[in-house]
Design a protein around this ligand. Structure first.
Ligand SMILES: CC(C)(COP(=O)(O)OP(=O)(O)OC[C@H]1O[C@@H](n2cnc3c(N)ncnc32)[C@H](O)[C@@H]1OP(=O)(O)O)[C@@H](O)C(=O)NCCC(=O)NCCS
Length: 212
C-alpha cells in the first residue's frame, strides 16, 4: 500500500481529504498534508496533520500525491515542481460522480461529489471539477483548469490550460475559453474567450485583460 500525501492544507485540501476518504481506495493510506504554512490546520480539527513543505519534500517511490490546491496557477506550479522531482500524482473521483463511456481523467485531478464527466470528455492533468459541475460530452479541459461548483460546460466546449470558471457559470456548446481566462460566477459564455482575460455576465463580456 502506498503512503498518500495531500498537497495543500487549506479549505480545498481539507475537502480533498474528505472526498479521498469516501473513496476508500485500498491502494493508498493517507498519511497527511504538505503545506508551507505550518499553521494551516490550526483549529480545524482534522484527523491528519501537516508532515512537510512541498518546496523541500523529496518524493519517494512508495508515495502517491493528491492535489489539494484550489487556485489554478498555484496548483500547476506547486504540483508541477513536485512531479518534476518524481512525485506520482493520482486522482480523486468521489463515489457519487457519474462517468460517461470513454471519459478520460488525467493525473492529479479532483472530481468532487455529484459531478458529471460525460461521454468522451477529456480532463488533462491537475483539473478540478467541483461539486455538482457538469462536463459535457466530447469536451476537452486543459491542464490545471478549475471548474467551480454547479458549472455547466456543454458538449464539444474547450477550456484552456489553467482557465477558471466561477460557480454556476456555463459555456455553450463548442465554445472555447482560452488559457488562464477567468469566467465570473453566474456568467454565460456564448462566444470565444481570449486567453488571460476576465469575462462575466449574461452573456459574458470582457471585464479586463490580465497583465503578462
Ligand atoms: C468576475 C470576478 C473574477 C471579478 O473579480 P474582481 O476582478 O475582483 O472584480 P470586482 O469584484 O472588483 O468586481 C468588478 C465589477 O464587476 C461586478 N461583478 C463581479 N463579479 C461579477 C459576476 N460574477 N457577475 C456580474 N457582475 C460581477 C462587480 O459588482 C463590480 O461592479 P462595479 O464596478 O459596478 O462595482 C469575480 O467577481 C468572480 O465572479 N469570481 C468567481 C468566484 C467563484 O465563483 N469562486 C468559486 C468558489 S470558491
Amino acid at each position: 500500500m502506498k503512503r498518500c500525501l495531500i498537497v495543500g492544507a487549506g479549505g480545498f485540501g481539507r475537502e480533498v481529504l474528505s472526498w479521498a476518504l469516501a473513496m476508500a481506495n485500498p491502494e493508498w493510506n493517507i498519511v497527511g498534508f504538505l503545506d508551507s504554512k505550518t499553521s494551516a490546520l490550526d483549529g480545524k480539527n482534522m484527523p491528519l496533520g501537516i508532515v512537510g513543505d512541498p518546496a523541500t519534500w523529496e518524493p519517494q517511490s512508495d508515495e502517491v500525491f493528491l492535489c489539494g490546491i484550489g487556485d489554478s496557477g498555484t496548483r500547476l506550479r506547486v504540483c508541477g515542481e513536485l512531479r518534476d522531482k518524481g512525485a506520482r500524482f493520482v486522482s480523486v473521483v468521489h463515489p457519487t460522480v457519474t462517468l460517461g463511456l470513454n471519459a478520460s481523467i488525467g493525473d492529479g485531478c479532483v472530481v468532487a461529489p455529484h459531478a458529471v464527466i460525460s461521454v468522451s470528455a477529456t480532463l488533462d492533468d491537475f483539473v478540478l471539477v467541483n461539486i455538482a459541475a457538469s462536463v459535457g460530452h466530447d469536451t476537452v479541459v486543459g491542464a490545471g483548469a478549475t471548474i467551480s461548483s454547479h458549472c455547466d460546460l456543454m458538449g464539444y466546449a474547450r477550456l484552456g490550460r489553467g482557465a477558471f470558471m466561477g460557480s454556476h457559470s456555463c459555456v455553450l456548446p463548442s465554445v472555447i475559453v482560452g488559457d488562464f481566462a477567468i469566467v465570473g460566477a453566474g456568467s454565460a459564455v456564448v462566444r470565444k474567450v481570449a486567453a488571460r482575460t476576465t469575462v462575466m455576465g449574461v452573456p459574458a463580456q470582457l471585464l479586463f485583460k490580465h497583465e503578462e
